[in-house]
Design a protein around this ligand. Structure first.
Ligand SMILES: Cc1cc2nc3c(=O)[nH]c(=O)nc-3n(C[C@H](O)[C@H](O)[C@H](O)COP(=O)(O)OP(=O)(O)OC[C@H]3O[C@@H](n4cnc5c(N)ncnc54)[C@H](O)[C@@H]3O)c2cc1C
Ligand code: SF4
Length: 338
């Protein structure tokens, strides 16, 4: 049993002040990841700063034609919001592919970005893990690495980022609004998460004393031609082995704009501008999709138990782009479960 203090912040400035005053303090929002980590002795905060009642729980249209989603809006409220369902169905599909109805009701938008990896060695304090204990080694390199990275990994860490929602957000060029002691700033989604390099303990470019306040979606939502496909061991309540977010803008049978992002394959949601560029101006057919997949996976590298993911990713990319082009997205239930 670890003792810790608990404080509830009443406004954003107070939350920033409280976290700044204690280097071992952590924010808690829905608690669906942090509490599990505390139970496993992976996280041992001296103090929990409860941000769950901060006024960051609204979804509003922006003056620029986009949408601003408060960091404390539950994942389920994002997925079922009429503007998200209508204009950003890629985001709704990705959220509904994750976790369970109960978890989505608790999980916050900001917490989803900051959820930690599901590498089993990270959760097992009896094993070496550079992410949990820098310098101790990586048990997954020679261990059970079936669910691990095939892109952007390092010899320090081959873990993946497990979020579904983040794959759709990076594909749509979302922005992350944060506040901290030095004021507010905006981080492009592609720059928010980091590759492991030799510091896998640093997973994002958010400073410890900063708080996520909102996610902003730009005007373009690719509602007509999109699809989110999640390949996993079970149909629900399982993390992605490979997931693909695809969005296209078509003119006749020709691709004008393309977005392509992958989950379950790297330490961050993976987007490849070169693969997207290869699609622009090309016919929306299997040959173009196969070329894009080959480009995206050009540097993919498997380990003892996960090389199958490379071919799985190739096929998933082609299938998801085909679904997007046909306007027949991988369907998700839109019936709200309370
Ligand atoms: C059994 C299970 C299955 C799951 N399956 C999936 C899945 O298939 N797909 C998927 O995407 N996710 C899945 N999840 C993960 C779930 O989506 C996350 O746990 C959830 O999104 C985290 O949000 P939270 O509000 O509960 O975060 P918390 O647990 O409260 O916090 C997580 C981290 O974020 C920090 N934090 C939270 N909010 C902020 C903020 N606004 N600013 C700064 N720091 C903040 C906390 O300090 C903590 O470090 C699953 C979780 C469980 C337990
Ligand atoms: S892959 Fe990363 S999280 Fe997993 S054991 Fe290695 S260092 Fe730890």
């Amino acid at each position: 049993m670890i003792n810790f203090d608990y404080q509830r912040a009443t406004n954003v400035a107070e939350a920033i002040r409280l976290i700044g005053g204690d280097p071992k303090a952590r924010f808690i929002a829905g608690g669906t990841n942090l509490v599990d980590l505390m139970k496993s002795d992976v996280e041992k905060p001296s103090r929990l700063i409860d941000i769950s009642r901060l006024p960051l729980n609204t979804i509003e249209a922006t003056a620029g034609g986009g949408l601003r989603i408060g960091a404390l809006v539950p994942n389920s409220d994002v997925a079922y919001h009429p503007l998200v369902a209508e204009r950003y169905p890629l985001v709704a599909s990705a959220i509904l592919a994750g976790a369970s109805a109960q978890l989505r009701n608790m999980a916050s938008t900001g917490g989803n970005l900051l959820q930690r990896t599901r590498c089993p060695y990270f959760y097992d304090t009896a094993t070496p893990c550079n992410k949990r204990e820098p310098g101790s080694g990586c048990s997954a390199l020679e261990g059970l690495n079936r669910g691990h990275a095939i892109l952007g990994a390092s010899t320090s860490c081959i873990a993946i980022h497990p979020s579904d929602m983040c794959v759709a957000l990076i594909a749509l060029d979302a922005k992350v609004h944060v506040a901290g002691p030095a004021g507010d700033r905006v981080i492009a989604f592609a720059d928010f998460h980091r590759l492991p390099g030799n510091t896998p303990q640093h997973e994002t470019n958010l400073a410890r004393e900063e708080i996520i306040t909102a996610i902003e979606l730009p005007e373009r939502g690719f509602a007509r031609n999109h699809s989110y496909l999640k390949i996993r061991d079970r149909l629900s309540y399982a993390f992605a082995l490979v997931s693909v977010a695809a969005a296209l803008e078509l003119e006749g049978g020709t691709i004008r704009q393309a977005r392509l992002a992958l989950g379950g394959v790297a330490h961050k949601p993976w987007r490849d501008n070169t693969a997207e560029a290869s699609l622009r101006g090309k016919p929306a057919d299997e040959a173009s999709f196969r070329t894009a997949a080959d480009i995206l996976l050009r540097d993919a590298k498997g380990y003892a138990h996960n090389s199958f993911k490379i071919e799985l990713a190739r096929r998933a990319i082609i299938r998801t782009l085909s679904q997007a082009a046909r306007g027949t997205p991988q369907s998700q239930s839109t019936k709200k479960i309370t």
